[in-house]
Design a protein around this ligand. Structure first.
Ligand code: 6PG
Length: 261
C-alpha cells in the first residue's frame, strides 16, 4: 500500500444522515480526547453545504446529552474555518454564517473562541489578520497544528478554497492566503496545505452522486496528483474519508468491502 493509503481510512455509509452522524461522532471524540489530553481542542470547520447536517447533528447530540461528565466543554474549544467566500458574515454564501446557524449559535461556545475569517475586509488584509490570529493561538509552533480539520471536496477535486490550477496550491510559507479562483471569477481566503497537512486529524466528508466520478480519481494512489484534495497528506496525522454510497458508487468494488458496519 502506498503511504497515502496507509494513513487513510475510508468509511462508506448508506446516506448523508449516517455520514452526518459519523462526522459528529468523530468531532465529539476528538474534542473529548484533546480537551482531556491538552486542555483544549482546536478545529477548522469545512464550508459549503455538506457539513451543515453534521454541524446540526453535533448541536443536537449536545442538546440531548444531559450528562455533564460527557458533554463537550465548549469554553475549551477553538473554532477556525478552512476557507471563506468574499462576503460579510451575514451573507447567505458565508461559511461562517452556515456554521453559526447550524452549530455555533446552538452551543455555549464563548464568542472569543470563534475565529472568523473577516472576509468583508480587503481579502489580503483578511488573510493576514486571520493568519496572525491562527499563529497567536499556537504560540511557539512553527506551523499551527490544529487538532482536527474538516474538509469537503468539490466535483473538480478542490478542497477548502484550494482549486485546481490556483496559486494557493503552491503556497508553502503562508498559512492563510487570498486566492483568485478563475472558474468562479472570485477571490477566496483559504488555509494552505502546510497548515492543513500539519493537523493531527483530517476528515473529508463527501456525499452525493455528483461526487461519484471525481472520488475514485482522487482516492487513486497514483503519483501524478492532479486534484487539490490529493495534496492533503497529513505529515503525521490521520486522514479519514467519510462518504455516502452515492458518492462511492463508482469506486472499484473491492473498496466497498471496507465499508464500515
Ligand atoms: C467552500 C468549501 C468547499 C466545499 C466544497 C464542497 O467554501 O465551498 O470550503 O471546499 O467543501 O466545494 O462543497 P459542497 O459540500 O457544497 O458540495
Amino acid at each position: 500500500m502506498g503511504t497515502n493509503e496507509q494513513a487513510r481510512q475510508l468509511t462508506f455509509l448508506r446516506n448523508s444522515a449516517d455520514v452526518a452522524q459519523a462526522v459528529a461522532e468523530e468531532f465529539t471524540r476528538a474534542a473529548r480526547e484533546c480537551v482531556a489530553r491538552s486542555g483544549r481542542f482546536t478545529v477548522a470547520l469545512a464550508g459549503g453545504t455538506t457539513p451543515r447536517q453534521a454541524y446540526m447533528r453535533i448541536a443536537a447530540n449536545e442538546a440531548a446529552n444531559d450528562d455533564d461528565a460527557t458533554r463537550l466543554q465548549w469554553d475549551k474549544i477553538h473554532v477556525f474555518f478552512g476557507d471563506e467566500r468574499p462576503v460579510p458574515p451575514d451573507d447567505p454564501a458565508s461559511n461562517y454564517r452556515m456554521a453559526r446557524e447550524s452549530l455555533l449559535s446552538r452551543v455555549p461556545i464563548p464568542p472569543e473562541n470563534v475565529h472568523r475569517i473577516r472576509a468583508e475586509l480587503k481579502l489580503d488584509v483578511a488573510a493576514r489578520q486571520y493568519e496572525r490570529e491562527l499563529r497567536d493561538c499556537f504560540p511557539g509552533a512553527a506551523v499551527p497544528n490544529l487538532d482536527l480539520v474538516l474538509l469537503g471536496m468539490g466535483t473538480d477535486g478542490h478542497t477548502a478554497s484550494l482549486f485546481p490550477g490556483t496559486a494557493a496550491l503552491n503556497e508553502r510559507s503562508r498559512f492563510v492566503v487570498e486566492n483568485w479562483v478563475q472558474k468562479l471569477q472570485q477571490w477566496r481566503v483559504t488555509l494552505t496545505l502546510p497548515v492543513i497537512n500539519a493537523a493531527s486529524n483530517i476528515v473529508f466528508t463527501v456525499v452525493g452522486a455528483d461526487k461519484a466520478s471525481v472520488l475514485p480519481q482522487v482516492l487513486a494512489d497514483d503519483a501524478a496528483s492532479q486534484f487539490p484534495a490529493q495534496l492533503v497528506r497529513p505529515a503525521s496525522g490521520d486522514l479519514r474519508w467519510i462518504v455516502d454510497e452515492d458518492a462511492a458508487r463508482s469506486l472499484p468494488q473491492h473498496q466497498h468491502l471496507q465499508r464500515s458496519a
